[in-house]
Design a binder for this molecule. Sequence first.
Ligand SMILES: Cc1cc2nc3c(=O)[nH]c(=O)nc-3n(C[C@H](O)[C@H](O)[C@H](O)COP(=O)(O)O)c2cc1C
Length: 203
Amino acid sequence: MVQVLSIQSSPNLAGSISREISKTFVENFVAHHPGTTVVTRDLVTNPVPHLGVDLLGGLFSPPDQLTPAQRDALALSDALIAEIEAADVIVIGVPMHNFGIPSTLKAWVDHITRANKTFRYTEAGPVGLLSNKKVYLFGASGGVYSEGPYQAYDHAITFVQGVLGFLGLTDVSVVRAEGLALGPDVATKATAGARAAAEKLAA
Ligand SMILES: Cc1cc2nc3c(=O)[nH]c(=O)nc-3n(C[C@H](O)[C@H](O)[C@H](O)COP(=O)(O)O)c2cc1C
């Protein structure tokens, strides 16, 4: 049985393109892989807190000296990491906000990037501790970042892909719906192209 974990962070609940393309992928994937279970982690309707005093303190305190708040903060981080570990396929909707990812998604990244849990440093450099998962990133942006003069401004897809690679998740497929603010024709074409790419990847 395959387990899919879908991570969503667009606050545009009704009209989000990253959510729509992710949904297209997941629905098609389930249709092609009967018995698949899907877990959705919606970071907008069920936000993860910012990395704050309790999580940071908990990360650096001996287990027998944790405060109840630190214990709770670590428990959430543990649960989010367990969700990833249990998944075979990870789908992440990546809306671009101000050249980066939504802060809700960044808060999730801050909870799952944990020394000696999801990565560790060795004398030879960092080693990712996650493996054997297929990841799909479904990006959405008003402008174009895969090529052209704004390529260097893409701190959304490149950031997520970079973090996942650091954690050992290197089998990543990226679909971008981009240029969504460049007029209805470009937007319609970009969305249709991303939808078709998602359907193809799911088959
Ligand atoms: C707060 C905010 C900031 C945005 N910043 C950018 C940006 O820096 N570059 C860009 O190309 N588009 C930007 N956009 C446009 C979004 O990337 C675009 O609307 C995309 O479709 C968002 O994904 P979604 O449809 O899944 O919500 C921004 C949109 C919002 C709401």
